[in-house]
Design a protein around this ligand. Structure first.
Ligand code: HH2
Length: 292
């Protein structure tokens, strides 16, 4: 199971860790922590030392109720970070829903576009089709960050998420994006109540029938806080448990803030499971992650 990206092919036979680099003042758990190029670049370097396989750089918060930013602002935040991240030897992903930001990032040479709106913006599919090897992550959500908390009404949550992702993957393929470039994401925390997130996690394995690897983002999210009563800075144990549950239900890429802890948790999970890693794979560092 491989993920084709611009410069690297990620081997997903073992679960991979995507480290989050939020260059934003208002992200829900780390807003302001890595604002400004130098702090964000130092954060990228730290995540790599901790064992991140991919860096996911974002310049706009998509938490419920977040205020949208314009292209210039988003790009000004992420451009200096991307320029350095692209020299660090791992795949670099950009977390954006704006076509112009995607275009500029792809022109710089980024490896993956991670779009919480699954390339639904006009021109997004065509743009990605024109970059013949860039990886894409297509995520399920409804509406906009401002409105999504009011759009949690489902008849059959798992079936509807699955149908949406199937439709987006089919649209990507029809536009000319190869299967090997596509990863799907159920979108935990996006247009779902806390209980719906658990329901979706329990049914997550059903998404594997679509035939694409799964990426998930549980890190520090509100459903964990609702369940444990923990504030956002105290959700690491919950985040790790959810990450491992997601891997047990077939996820292959974990999008996380706490890379070192997640890498450790995955090592223990893999040893306990006795499978899923194959021979001769490296669990620490990123040396075994990719081929160029
Ligand atoms: N979650 C967030 C942002 N981007 N992308 C994918 N593919 N999957 C996710 O679950 C996902 C995502 C929200 O988390 P974070 O980036 O920490 O917060 P914010 O949007 O407030 O910056």
């Amino acid at each position: 199971m491989l993920w084709q990206t611009t410069r690297f092919v990620l081997d997903l036979r073992r679960p991979r860790v995507m480290g989050i680099v939020n260059v934003t003042p208002d992200s829900f758990s780390d807003g302001g922590a890595h604002e400004g190029g130098a702090a964000a670049i130092a954060h990228c370097e730290r995540l790599l030392l901790e064992g991140a396989d991919v860096l996911d750089v974002g310049g706009e918060s998509t938490r419920p109720g977040a205020v949208a930013v314009d292209v210039q602002t988003e790009w000004r935040r992420i451009e200096p970070v991307l320029r350095v991240a692209l020299t660090l030897g791992v795949p670099v992903s950009v977390d954006t829903r704006r076509v112009e930001v995607m275009r500029r990032a792809l022109d710089l040479g980024v490896d993956i576009i991670n779009d919480v709106q699954a390339l639904t913006a006009p021109g997004a599919l065509e743009l990605l089709a024109g970059h013949p090897s860039a990886g894409v992550c297509l995520m399920h959500m409804r509406g906009e960050p401002q409105t999504m908390a009011t759009l949690c009404d489902y008849q059959d949550l798992c079936a509807e998420v699955r149908a949406y992702l199937a439709e987006r993957a089919a649209a990507a393929r029809a536009a000319g994006i190869e299967v090997a470039r596509i990863v799907l994401d159920p979108g935990y925390g996006f247009a779902k109540t806390p209980e719906q997130n658990w329901e979706l996690l329990r049914g997550q394995r059903g998404l594997l029938a679509l035939g694409y690897p799964l990426l998930v983002g549980w890190s520090r999210k509100r459903a964990l806080g609702e369940l444990t009563g923990r504030a956002v800075g105290e959700r690491l144990p919950g985040s790790l448990a959810a990450a491992l549950a997601a891997v047990s239900h077939g996820a292959r890429v974990l999008r996380v803030h706490d890379v070192a802890a997640t890498v450790d948790a995955l090592k223990v999970w893999a040893a306990a499971a006795g499978s899923g890693l194959g021979e001769n794979t490296h669990l620490s560092g990123n040396t075994g992650a990719c081929s160029q």
